[in-house]
Design a binder for this molecule. Structure first.
Ligand code: UT7
Length: 331
């Protein structure tokens, strides 16, 4: 399934300046740097203070991606924000569209938890490959610090805040997205949730509305771990098959950053040397929809990833949802 016609020409990222390291977190819940770093590879995470919005970070990341792409914001036709933690339940993509000056663009949010950026990459590529749009901005951003239970050591140590963005262009001369594979399994939805909790609000004459609120992020860690180490290698192999490529054709493995042990297990299953796996878990923890574009941006700006490099990316998480895409960086 070769899908010619797109080029990823710009990337950018942003994270809050406030950093919470494992030792400091140990003052809040009963945990230790040793437990967190051994089990997950996480050493620090960035936490948005109350005066920082999701849109603030997304706009910083987007502006950097647009500058690298060297296009005028007016040329952007489509803005997609992959997030589960929008500032506004009606969506935050339009606020990004306005702030970056993408006056001509249509903008909408896409929610697929930690798979959001990957699902967004495939979604945006469809619009470009059909020739409907020429330039798109795809943002992955999440502030899970707003939604974790800071008294629950099982979850609060895992997550951090961040945003990443890419500019994707229709380009008949570039293969861009070489293959992809997407999945959902709602039968396992209970493994990872951030649920609305009902509360009755009586109206009149025996009539009532549901005026509840969202609770805390909750996860059955072991089940999600097993799901990830099984499904991620499978989906990457499927995408490679559809792209008519083999593992030897891949320059970089770029997984959603949930746990370094997952990255290592997947690299081993696929027989990809671990130094070919891009990542930033130690610095940011799990930033959900932001983790893939954040790691990509750092790797591009440091010169590790070069134009023409082939990347196998995979996202996985709540839904449950998972998927992969094989793409080239740059022109
Ligand atoms: O982005 C979405 C995708 N998410 C993932 O992919 C996450 C997948 N899951 C994981 O990465 C791992 O399951 C975790 C890192 C979440 C947990 O690691 P684990 O090796 O599965 O640990 P566990 O949950 O089995 O807990 C082992 C022990 C327990 O104590 P007991 O019952 O053995 O006495 C926990 O109470 O570790 C304890 N524990 C902690 N101890 C210190 C749990 N959290 C902590 C903590 N500090 N923060």
């Amino acid at each position: 399934m070769a899908t010619p016609g797109i080029a990823i020409v710009g990337c950018g990222s942003a994270a809050p300046t406030t950093v919470l390291d494992n030792d400091t977190l140990g003052k809040l819940v009963e945990t230790s740097d040793d437990w967190i770093s051994t089990r997950t590879g996480i050493r620090r995470r960035h936490v948005a203070s109350p005066d920082i919005s999701l849109v603030d970070l997304a706009v910083q990341a987007s502006a950097r991606a647009i500058t690298m792409a060297d296009i005028d914001p007016d040329q952007i036709d489509l803005v997609v924000l992959a997030t589960s933690t929008a500032d506004d339940l009606f969506g935050s993509a339009a606020s990004i569209q306005h702030a970056v000056g993408a006056k001509q663009a249509v903008a909408f949010d896409l929610t697929a938890a930690c798979s959001g950026f990957l699902f967004g990459l495939v979604t945006v590529s469809q619009f470009l490959q059909t020739g409907v749009y020429k330039n798109a901005l795809l943002v992955g951003a999440d502030l899970l610090s707003r939604w974790v239970d800071w008294d629950d050591r099982r979850t609060c140590v895992l997550f951090g805040d961040g945003a990443g963005a890419i500019v994707i262009q229709a380009n008949p001369d570039s293969p861009g997205l070489l293959g992809f594979d997407l999945h959902s399994d709602g039968s396992q939805n209970g493994c990872l949730t951030l649920r609305y909790e009902s509360a009755e609000r009586p109206l009149i004459d025996g009539m009532s509305a549901n005026r509840g609120r969202y609770g805390f992020l909750d996860m059955v860690g072991k089940d999600v771990y097993k799901f990830a180490v099984t499904r991620v290698p499978e989906t990457i192999e499927k995408s490679l098959f559809r792209a008519d490529l083999t593992i030897e054709d891949i320059d970089w493995l770029l997984l959603h950053q949930a746990n370094q042990r997952i990255v290592e297990a997947v690299a081993k299953r696929l027989k990809i040397p671990i130094d070919r796996a891009l990542g930033n878990l130690s610095e940011y923890g799990n930033t959900s929809a932001a983790s893939i574009p954040l790691a990509l941006d750092e790797a591009v700006r440091s010169g590790r990833v070069k134009p023409g490099d082939t990347i196998a990316a995979s996202g996985f998480g709540a839904g449950l949802s998972w998927g992969s895409a094989i793409f080239r960086w740059g022109l």
